[in-house]
Structures are given as C-alpha cells and as structure tokens.
Design a binder for this molecule. Sequence first.
Ligand SMILES: Cc1cc2nc3c(=O)[nH]c(=O)nc-3n(C[C@H](O)[C@H](O)[C@H](O)COP(=O)(O)OP(=O)(O)OC[C@H]3O[C@@H](n4cnc5c(N)ncnc54)[C@H](O)[C@@H]3O)c2cc1C
Length: 475
Amino acid sequence: MYRADHGDGSRRLFVDQFVTTQSETRDWASLARQIDGLRLDRSVRKKASQDFGGVVRRTPAAIVDARSSTHEQQVIEECRRLRIPLTIQGFGGSVNGQSLVGSGILLRRKEKTPAPVRFLDDTRVEISGRSRWWDVERRLHKEGMCIPVLADFLGLTVGGTLSVGGYGFDSIRHGAQVDQVERLSLIKPDGQIIQCSARENADLFSCALAGLGQIGLIDNVVVRTIPHTRYTVMYNFAHKSMIDMAKSFRWMANGDAGPDMFKGLYSRGRAVSTYGVGCGTLGEVSNAEPPVDFGRNPRRFVIPQHRFARSLLVSAWVASFGRASRMWVDYVLDYDGLLSFVDFLSTQIGNDAFGGYLKSVYILGIRRKKRQHRIPLEASGAISAPVAFGVGLYSMVPRSDQSGVDHLRAAHATMLEKCVALGGRPYLYGIHEFDENILRQIYGDDYVALQQLKAKLDPDGLFQARKLIDEARAL
Ligand SMILES: Cc1cc2nc3c(=O)[nH]c(=O)nc-3n(C[C@H](O)[C@H](O)[C@H](O)COP(=O)(O)OP(=O)(O)OC[C@H]3O[C@@H](n4cnc5c(N)ncnc54)[C@H](O)[C@@H]3O)c2cc1C
C-alpha cells in the first residue's frame, strides 16, 4: 500500500486503501485495454516517479501520454468510470509532488511536436495547454508578437504555468501570466469539456487559473499578446546588501511608475537589481535610458531575444548543481512586507537556517492588474498595493542528504509563517508544507468554497487529489 510521504488523513487513507484493493485485485493489463494509450512499463513508471524537485517520490501505476483533447477526455472519463485516481502533469516543474501520483494514472501533457497557434486577431491567440512556451513564443515572434509575461525557463507547459500563476521579468509591467488569459476550455473531472471566461462559467474560470488543476484540465487557452521587441537593454545596479537592494525598490512600489522589466538577485553574498528596456530596433537601443537613477552608473548591456537567452542560462545554472534536490519556494508580499521579510531572511541566513544550501534569492515585481474575476489561489491576488513582490528562495540539496532536506523543510516552515504573518502568500508550485490551519488563514472562505466545488465536481475525490493537503478532511 502507498504510504504518505508526509502528513496523513482519512481521505487519503481511503483513496490509498481503495486503490490498493482495486489495483491489487485487478489486472492492470485488462485495464490497459480499456484506456487508450496506457503504459505499464516499469522503467517508464519509475522515471516518472519524481518531479523537478526530486524530493517527493510517487510511482504511478500507469502512464498515459496525451495525444489530443479527445484522447484526454476519454482517459478522464474512463478513470472516473473505473474509479482510478488520476493526476495531470505538464513538464513536471513543480517541486513538491503536485504533478505526481502514487497508485493511479499519470496523464502527461507535453507536446513532442509544436501544437499549432491559432491567430484570432492582432492581439489574441489560441494555444494548446499541452504546448511548451518556447514553441508558442517562437511561432509568435514570426508574426512580430509575443506573450506579455513568461517564466524564466521556457520548457514549461502552458497548462502547467497557468495552473500555478506564472511570473517573470515582465511581471512588473504586465502582472501574472494568468492575467493574460481571456478564456479557456476546461475538461472537467467527468470528462466533459466546457468553455470558461470571466462571463461564462466564471466560477470554474477563476478556480482553473492558478488552482493546481484541482477542478479540471486546462485544454486550449485564448491569451493576449503584445508586440515583440527584439532587443533588451539591461541595466545592472549593485547594492550593498539584500535589504539595501529591497529598499531601492520603493520608487516602483506605489503608483504607475515602473520599468518595462525588473528583477533582483541575491547570490553568493552579492545583491544586484536588473532593469530592462525593450527595444524594437538598434536605433532605439542607442537611445535607451536607464528607467531609474540611483546616482551611480549601472552596468549596461544589450541582449537580443533575452527570453531564450535567459531560459538557456537557467538550464545551465540548474545543471551546474548536478542531481540535487531542488527545494524551491516563493513568497509574495507587498512592499512593506517585502522589507520585513528580507530583513528576517537576512537574519535567518546569518543564523545558518538554510545550512548553506540556499543558492539564490530572486525578487520579482508583479503589477496588480484590474481583474473582472477573482483568482482565489493566485499568490499576488491578495495584495491590494499596485505592485506585489515575489521572493524566491532556491536551495539545492545533494540527493542523498535527507537531513539537509528535513533541515530546509523546517526553515521553510518558519519562512511561510513569517510571510503569512506579514499578509503575504505562498506560490503553490513550491515545496511548501501546509496544514489545515494555515490554508484557512491564507485563503479563508475561498479555501472552503474550493473544497465544496471540488466535492461537487469529483465526489469520489479521485481527480487531481492531494494538491494542498488532504482535501476531504478540510470540510
Ligand atoms: C527551471 C524552472 C524555472 C522556473 N521559473 C519560473 C519563473 O520564472 N516564474 C514562475 O512563475 N514559475 C517558474 N517556475 C515554476 C513553474 O511555473 C511551475 O513549476 C509550473 O507548474 C511549471 O509548469 P509545468 O508544465 O511543469 O507544470 P507541472 O509541474 O507539471 O504541473 C503543475 C500543476 O498543475 C497541474 N497541471 C499541469 N498541467 C495542467 C493542465 N493542463 N490543466 C490543469 N492542471 C494542470 C499539475 O497537476 C500540477 O498540480 C519554474 C520552474 C522550473 C522547473
């Protein structure tokens, strides 16, 4: 029988016991005949037992690689009929087992060849949730367009990042990736497909975005685009300390003033903020000015196609740590919260709370967009200031070092508590540990409403279970 990695719960136990009885008494090979594309090979399942984080291990009983929306609908419908737990996985970039399943079916959604992009007009395109962002972005560039906000690594899937939020260097101007979505088609836990937007099935639209896929599978999506600028002029400012750097962000925290692009990085004791200016031509590059004046000259450099360059750099940075467990977490706060949080973080680093595993702290600005609909679980949504700040703590722990993993889990629990006390929120792809109390504290009635919606759509709790904590116990 599958054992929980951490925590426990009656519902989970129920699902595990149920699956054990089912899977042990049933012949998986006969199930394979019922579900189109089911793969049972041990080596493939073993390979799929870990996500990008490499901390949680859950081996799926079987895997299906999605071929089309119709195929996905059939698989989801069959799982419901046969009472088999099902989990959706994009690239598998979440780090705490959010896209893993033990004793169930893993539905993998990662297009091997680029899916077509449908151009609706000059500012909107329809893309597949199975697409990877680099394919979408490459195709859009051919038409002089781009996605307003992209994460730093472009190999992630459209459905996967929209299920968590999606923030990047451009978020200071354009907000979260989920803010770019106009409508989407959702495959519900019963296999039915429906259209959702702020006006149509708005409750499902709200919970599908940044909702860890708990109420359905994000299939096709209509997203806004903006004109593509080929060059980015970067301005790097060095700061004395992390807190000194955080204080320098005050100018863009309130009101509309702000750069095109922004990030802050603290690594190996050095704090550097970077501002970007998008330029369409080399003429614009020569005329570009730094968006902020700190009374000293920044280091200036120009990068063509900076998103692709950044994605390569991130891959190289990750690879430089070898087979480490990637214990990544991000927190989102307002500006005052950011200052207190960074102050606290500096003290924690000074007290060796991260045991030398914390390799970088990454800060992003996220501009609040006027939303026609709420996105209850989205990390920046609770911040009422014009700009929220994301603080990412990226730790790398050698794979064999279990005490390092435990040590960091404890350090992160302290940071989460601090973040919530400061009115901030966690970013849900990360290695956070939640319990009932903290979830209620963070999401309040929204958390209860989500559980009720889930219970209505998926009464047996087999679809996308165990995303936050044991869901059924929460009611
Ligand atoms: C190298 C790297 C760099 C990153 N950089 C950034 C960054 O700059 N900014 C940022 O915001 N994030 C960043 N992230 C985090 C990233 O956005 C999340 O890990 C995101 O979930 C990745 O998408 P995925 O395709 O890997 O999703 P997965 O991890 O596979 O899935 C995430 C969750 O969504 C569900 N899901 C997946 N696809 C669907 C779907 N189509 N419909 C419904 N539910 C679905 C899964 O079940 C799971 O709960 C980074 C991650 C990595 C690995």
